[in-house]
Design a protein around this ligand. Structure first.
Ligand code: S3P
Length: 431
């Protein structure tokens, strides 16, 4: 993909469904009795991988694009798949499904693409094994492929040293099948879609804040009930258009249907701290997840510090925030974000390499990065390393860089935002 600088982005963008919620809606729908109707499902490659895995386990799923119908068969209704479950590029599919599979009376093997099979699975293998699960990394390196065999699960109180919704969710889902209650304590509250949605499906689940951190507790469950779900737009996808509106001169963009769950909305507070002009046009709370329309106008940004409990609320937006920081006056420091190293790519490295190519002043650190703005960016050949968030963040950087920018392997945006480039072109054409 080749991109050139532009001015004056105007128009309205409607953000596609939230990736995290779309995955969970299919998974919990499959485990519920009766029909689950999902409106606004994200048709990204990651979520389609989740659909395929459950279809392979005997769940009938009708994918009519905007509406997905999941004919759930109950907590004990899955059947053994005839082959390896392919989780593709999706960490969420792999880790959450492992928690479910740990409680099934049949053996399964999970494997993904080259990137997925290098991502750490020890973080779920350890707690699931403590619950009694029989789960093995077949290559012996703590990564997928994973083999999961039938086992009796018991409840545990697990204290996690990372704030990870994937780890928390894997344990809570296994907890549905345990013989007593299961709790997970994480140092900071990570995204809480599993808690909100499982509760809506009828699970008994509590969330509390203690001195030790955020505690989520689930009781073993006999039955979940099919639901009608309206998936809000993904703030992680909205982030690219928020940034485009802020950076591209003379812009004014309305971004509709943005999920603003506080465990996800860190990018909005960071933008505000950087001096961004963002107005909330309307807020709703339909379906248990707060949503808003945003009006974003071009703004003069300045540097900020991003750390601690903010990090889990914006972890996927850091590549985009790094680009904003390069275009902001002064220094931005991002710390406590070592988790960036184990995403689809090591995002400390891939952001640093690509921002440097465009002329930014960036120093990688062990748990983040330091960016000194504002440097004029110039076009470059960006290696996305097949990481969707790198491809999209640098496509927005290209709009304010001199000359032409080439994004290599840009089709990886299909993982979370198949319409990304169409939406971007549409905004430019409205000039
Ligand atoms: C996700 C949790 C986050 C996030 C990922 C989606 C989820 O990962 O980065 O894109 O849906 O639970 P971690 O739980 O590993 O932080």
């Amino acid at each position: 993909m080749k991109l050139k600088p532009t001015t004056k982005l105007r128009g309205t963008v409607t953000i596609p469904g939230d990736k995290s919620i779309s995955h969970r809606a299919v998974m919990f729908g499959a485990l519920a009795n009766g029909l689950t109707e999902i409106h606004g499902f994200l048709q990204g490659a990651d979520c389609l991988a989740t659909i395929d895995c459950f279809a392979q386990m005997g769940i009938s799923i009708e994918n009519n694009q905007d509406t997905v119908l999941v004919h759930g068969k109950g907590l004990r209704g899955l059947r053994r798949p005839s082959s390896v479950l392919d989780t593709k590029n999706s960490g969420t599919t792999t880790r959450l499904i492992s928690g479910i599979l740990a409680g099934q009376p049949f053996e399964t093997t999970l494997s993904g693409d080259a990137s997925l099979n290098t991502r750490p699975m020890g973080r779920i293998i350890t707690p699931l094994s403590m619950m009694g699960a029989d789960i093995t990394s077949l290559s012996g390196n703590g990564c997928a492929p994973l083999r999961i065999r039938p086992a009796d699960l018991h409840g545990i109180s697990y204290s996690s040293n990372i704030a990870s919704a994937q780890v928390k969710s894997a344990i809570l889902l296994a907890g549905l099948y345990a013989d007593s209650e299961t709790s997970v304590t994480e140092p900071e509250l990570s995204r809480d879609h599993t808690e909100r949605l499982l509760r809506a499906f009828g699970a008994e689940l509590t969330s509390t804040k203690t001195d030790a951190g955020a505690v989520s507790m689930i009781r073993p469950c006999n039955e979940l009930f099919g639901q009608k779900i309206f998936v809000p737009g993904d703030i992680s996808s909205a982030a690219y258009f928020i940034a485009a509106g802020l950076l591209v001169p003379h812009s004014e963009i309305v971004i509709k249907n943005v999920g603003i769950n506080p465990t996800r909305a860190g990018i909005l507070s960071v933008c505000e701290a950087m001096g961004a002009d963002i107005t909330y046009l309307s807020k709703t709370n339909d379906g248990g997840e707060p949503t808003a329309d945003l009006l974003v106008r071009t703004s003069e940004l300045h540097g900020t510090v991003i750390e601690g409990s903010q990090i889990p609320t914006l972890i996927d937006e850091i590549p985009m925030i790094a680009v904003l920081a390069a275009c902001a006056e002064g220094t931005t420091i991002i710390r406590d974000a070592a988790e960036l190293k184990v995403k689809e790519t090591n995002r400390i490295d891939t952001v640093t390499e690509n921002l440097k190519k465009m002329g930014a002043d960036i120093t990688p650190t062990d748990d983040g990065m330091i960016i000194r703005g504002k440097t004029p960016l110039h076009g470059a050949v960006i290696n996305s390393y097949f990481d969707h968030r790198i491809a999209m963040a640098f496509s927005i950087a290209a709009l304010v860089a001199d000359g032409t920018t080439t994004i290599q392997n840009s089709s990886c945006v299909d993982v979370s935002y198949p319409d990304f480039y169409r939406t971007l072109y549409h905004l430019r054409e409205e000039n």
